[in-house]
Design a protein around this ligand. Structure first.
Ligand code: RIB
Ligand code: CA
Length: 308
């Protein structure tokens, strides 16, 4: 069976790292490249963490590219308070000995979209800066993309601010370019991901005595401590891993077709993904999911990865 060509854009980030573990081990996916960009933490760190994910998953063959160091039109935000200075929690500081590919991220996306017309799927786990740059470089790729799956946004809630989710408000201008592009956009936002709060007991199921298993245990343990401290929640929402499951089992999600406009007005609504009645293309918006089956699939996939 022909493998599905996929590009991952990521800002690891603990949940990004878990999502990469899951995606890199799928025999049905042809991961053409992973583009690390500034998001949760700065670019050199997200590049390092993406290189590490490839190495530790036995996939050093997958090209890692250095994406955008800052948003299109505003200073970079940080979520180091959530993911730690290393981007992988308070307990881990690991350095890859490898270097990223010298290819330009936007040109890589355009070239790959034209190499696989109608087939390429982009999954964005961080700000949409590089996806937007590619669409600005060559707007003609929008109809060539099978889908752009975005972990981001929220119709009923925010997290970085009252109304906006981190990946969107970190680069709202980029998100606006993507949602307005006419490409098939799938928004896996907080409306769905926050329905899958995984308890600490499931973290224990995802650790192992291997090097990767110990790392995952430390990362998710720190993530759970942060969730308790910042969100007063007992457990973790592994947003990017949940988003990754859209590529594997979309039937686990309940979606609605909505016209989504990204608010660019300075103020408390900046970066809000707003349903509108006109003036914006439709997006497929996840408003629910089967939490039990999503959680179980994440646990099963991570168990396989850490025991490989
Ligand atoms: O709001 C959650 C999203 O923002 C996740 O992708 C997390 O890694 C951060 O990038
Ligand atoms: Ca992320």
């Amino acid at each position: 069976m022909k493998k599905r060509p996929v590009i991952i854009c990521t800002d690891p980030g603990i949940d990004d790292f878990i999502a990469m573990l899951i995606l890199l081990q799928q025999n049905t996916l042809d991961i053409r490249g992973m583009i690390a960009l500034s998001g949760n933490v700065g670019l050199p760190i997200t590049v390092n963490n993406t290189l590490l994910a490839g190495e530790l998953c036995g996939r050093p063959d997958v090209p890692v590219l250095s994406g955008s160091a800052k948003p299109l039109a505003r200073p970079a935000r940080s979520a180091a308070n959530i993911h730690g200075k290393s981007g992988l929690g308070q307990s881990i500081e690991r350095y890859s000995s490898r270097k990223p590919s010298a290819q330009d991220a936007a040109e890589f996306i355009v070239r790959t979209a034209r190499e696989f017309p109608g087939e390429l799927e982009i999954i964005s786990l961080g700000p949409l800066t590089d996806v937007a740059r590619a669409l600005q470089l060559d707007p003609g790729i929008a109809p060539l993309l099978r889908q752009i799956v975005v972990m981001g946004g929220g119709v009923t809630r925010g997290n970085a601010t009252k109304y906006a989710e981190f990946n969107i408000v970190a680069d709202p201008e980029a998100a606006d370019v993507v949602f307005a592009s006419g490409a098939d956009v799938v928004m896996i936002g907080l409306d769905a991901t926050h329905q899958c709060l995984q308890p600490r007991s499931q973290i224990a199921e995802m650790t192992a005595g291997t090097e990767l298993g110990r790392m995952v245990g430390l990362m998710l343990g720190d993530y759970a401590d942060m969730y308790a401290r910042v969100h007063n929640l007992d457990g973790v929402v592994i947003h990017d891993a949940i988003c990754a499951l859209w590529l594997l089992q979309p039937e686990l999600f309940q979606t609605e077709q909505m016209r989504i406009r990204v608010c660019l007005d300075e103020g408390e609504h900046l970066g809000q993904t707003m349903p509108v009645s006109a003036g914006a293309p439709f997006a497929t918006v996840a408003m629910g999911l089967d939490a039990g089956r999503v959680a179980r699939r994440i646990v099963t996939e991570v168990q396989h990865a850490v025991n490989a």
